[in-house]
Design a protein around this ligand. Structure first.
Ligand code: PEP
Ligand code: MG
Length: 579
């Protein structure tokens, strides 16, 4: 009889293959005392373990293929840096001396102390940093207790086409997996925003997380099925189930091939509405995927990645060079450059801010608030973006606007920057469109005002949902409340779209909701005509658009806006999906 297990599907796709259980064994760290005359030897043993851990990570780092996404590389670099940090290198030595204890125990004491500091900060982002500490500490501990099974060259041929079952996946594991052709993975821990999930989506490998004890239920080398979308794992499947999933996997591949044919086609609804489908990028490298997806431009270029993981700030010249490269690679497609959105979920280095730890970072000095407080940070970026507008079709977009004073201040600064550039004899496009992101409920409610003063609006649903529903977007504990379908969210979105139409300016959406095929028809019905999303979902959204009739969708979505009762919402959604 087949066995079915469920978890959280974090990366879609079907995989059918043999299980490979990564049995790293639970670490049992014991305490024992070290006689005074052997303390120096114990410290040497600890230092050797650190050296080995550094060597392992450097070896993995050096084998990262050139096309690996920057976020994975950054995770590994962060771990290498942690192995140089005195909190993990010097402090445990002091503890060995102070407690006259073994290195493993000293490291465990130090890990517990560090983690309790992070937990006391009560910030979801920092809780993710706690995972980093655990990954690094576990690596050292395994070396100390001789339990490290990583193959010398990092390549384990047994993993090819296998489905990896692990407790959790570290960024280093992910890089190894990329070499080894793993078909899918399932982990016992982690949530939709864990490293594991981010990496799986980056690598486009089907993945399910949070399946407690899976390694106890399944056997090595047994044939299993992973459905990354539904979060289901099936073992001991009968022939009928296997046939069904083989067919489903083939259907998916066929769909992907068929979708690729849509690349050059315009996104037109069956009632002849032309829809703009643009892409979101963070790095120059992402432009390759934008071009492959057939996007008509970049609707969101998150520039904060230029500022991360460094102590200094990129100056005007460095930024201009970087924007110029993106413009060149886009071959004439429009580029919407968003001004800095540092803070909250985007890691901030103290070099760019006051260094003060905010109590509620998402409600604190982030994005445009930070830029207006720190003009020496903002002005060079405004100059660089304006100068980039002389090189190609560039738009400037301001994140997190919440009131009229902020908007007026930004517009005044842009006017001043234009004057300065003129005075300096530097080229720019005097008609460069300036738009604002609507991500704060207050801004959505005052969308008429913003629409009257800007050239375009873009709805940032990731933040708009977080602020409307009062849930931290990166906190696993309240993830179940993150609901794009909440009537309050839909009403705010609708209000912004209507404000844009009344002012005759375009309204786009660049939050994750725009790229989720399950909301495409709903958004069309609400009047959205410009979408910006990850390139990977663009063709699927386009295919839905070509099969949709906005005239028929409109009355149904308007009905939905006034509906609070879940069963009736469900019924309306069903009609929206099938009409
Ligand atoms: C958003 O908030 O929806 C958005 C696109 O911005 P970010 O995710 O970068 O905060
Ligand atoms: Mg945002």
């Amino acid at each position: 009889m087949s066995v079915q297990l469920t978890g959280i599907g974090v990366s879609r796709g079907i995989a059918i293959g043999k299980a490979h259980i990564l049995q790293r064994g639970d670490l049992e760290v014991l305490e024992y005392s070290i006689p005074a005359h052997l303390i120096d030897d114990e410290i040497q043993r600890f230092r050797r373990a650190l050296e080995i851990a550094r060597g392992q990570l450097s070896a993995i780092r050096s084998r990262i293929p050139p096309n690996t996404r920057a976020d994975i590389v950054e995770f590994i670099d962060a771990h290498i840096l942690m192995l140089e940090d005195s909190t993990l290198t010097v402090a445990p030595e002091h503890l060995i001396v102070h407690h006259q204890c073994n290195a493993e125990w000293a490291l465990k004491l130090q890990r517990d102390a560090l983690v309790s500091v992070f937990e006391a900060m009560d910030d979801a982002y920092l809780r993710m940093r706690k995972d980093d500490i655990d990954h690094v500490v576990t690596r050292i501990q395994r070396t100390l207790i001789n339990q490290h099974h990583e193959p010398e060259d990092g390549v384990d041929a047994r993993l090819s086409d296998h489905i990896l079952l692990a407790d959790e996946l570290t960024p280093a594991d992910a890089v190894l997996m990329q070499h080894q052709g793993v078909a899918a993975f399932v982990t016992e821990y982690g949530g939709p925003l864990s490293h594991t999930a981010i990496i799986a989506r980056s690598l486009r490998i089907p993945a399910i997380v949070g399946v407690r004890n899976i390694r106890r239920f399944l056997k090595d080398e047994e044939l299993i099925i992973v459905d990354g979308q539904r979060g289901v794992i099936i073992a001991d499947a009968d022939q009928r189930t296997l046939d069904y999933y083989h067919e489903l996997a083939e259907k998916e591949q066929r769909q992907q091939r068929a979708l690729r044919k849509l690349k050059g086609a315009p996104a037109i609804t069956s009632d002849d509405q032309l829809i703009e489908l643009q892409a979101n990028i963070e790095l120059l490298d992402d432009v390759t995927a934008v071009l492959a997806s057939g996007a008509t431009g970049v609707g969101l270029y998150r520039t904060e990645f230029l500022y991360m993981n460094r102590e200094d700030t990129p100056d005007e010249t460095e930024q201009l060079k970087c924007y110029a490269e993106v413009i060149k690679k886009l071959h004439g497609l429009p580029l919407t450059i968003r001004t800095l959105d540092l803070g909250a979920d985007k890691e901030v280095d103290s070099g760019h801010t006051s260094g003060r730890m905010a109590t509620n970072p998402a409600l604190g000095l982030r994005a445009i608030r930070l830029c207006l407080r720190n003009l020496s940070l903002f002005r060079p970026q405004l100059r660089a973006i304006l100068r980039a507008s002389a090189l190609g079709p560039v738009k400037l977009m301001v994140p997190m606007l919440s009131n009229s004073q902020e908007l007026m201040q930004v517009l005044e600064l842009i006017t001043e920057t234009r004057r300065d550039l003129e005075r300096d004899g530097l080229a720019f496009d005097p008609d460069m469109p300036v738009g604002g992101m609507i991500e704060v409920p207050a801004a959505a409610l005052s969308a008429d005002f913003f629409a009257a003063h800007l050239d375009f609006l873009s709805i940032g649903t990731n933040d708009l949902i977080q602020y409307t529903l009062a849930i931290d977007r990166i906190d696993d504990e309240v993830n179940y409340l993150y609901d794009p379908m909440h009537p309050a969210v839909l009403q705010l979105i609708h209000r912004v779209i209507v404000a844009g139409a009344n002012a005759d300016i375009p309204v786009s959406m660049c939050g994750e909701m725009a790229g989720d095929p399950q909301y495409t028809r709903l958004l069309l019905g609400l009047g959205l005509r410009n979408f910006s999303m990850l390139p990977s979902t663009l063709l699927e959204v386009k295919s839905i658009i070509t099969r949709s009739d906005t005239k028929r969708l409109r009355p149904l979505t308007e009905e939905l806006l006034l509906e609070y009762e879940p069963t009736r919402i469900g019924k309306l959604l069903e009609r929206i999906a099938t009409i």
